[in-house]
Design a protein. Structure first.
Length: 140
């Protein structure tokens, strides 16, 4: 069975690029345009997605607000989220909220694949300390 990924970004171009990239790698991809739409998908189909690629700056509900809600429901979800942003402070805030995978925009597509793969292969937030397990990639 193919692994499922939810791509959450208000930028249509980014959603399309990530969808094409991930589908080429045999992932099943669904998209959402903001945190509210993502929350609805996650509420209806909890456990359906192995990874969530989450932009921070979006209308309706931003990525950090979504993380806060998911954190209240179950912290286990946090290890499956890759936060994407041009805002370094927002990436740092996501880490403080328990996110283990952050990626600065603009990003390299191979780096996105590596982040997605690490969500599946490692329990990075498990017993390791945050500093030892944190996966932050910044490419300018």
């Amino acid at each position: 069975m193919r692994q499922r990924i939810l791509v959450v970004d208000d930028d249509q171009n980014i959603r399309s690029i990530l969808r094409a990239l991930l589908e080429d790698e045999m992932y099943e991809v669904e998209t959402a345009t903001d945190g509210l739409m993502a929350l609805e998908k996650l509420d209806r189909q909890w456990g359906r997605y192995e990874t969530v690629l989450l932009d921070v700056n979006m209308p309706q509900m931003d990525g950090l607000q979504l993380i806060q809600i998911l954190r209240q429901q179950t912290e286990a979800w946090l290890q499956s989220i890759v936060v994407l942003s041009t805002d370094h402070d927002a990436l740092c805030q996501a880490v403080r909220m328990g996110i283990c995978h952050v990626l600065a925009k603009p990003f390299d597509l191979e780096t996105v694949l590596a982040q997605v793969s690490s969500c599946h292969s490692l329990n990075v937030c498990g017993d390791a300390s945050k500093e030892d397990s944190l996966s932050i990639t910044v490419e300018w």
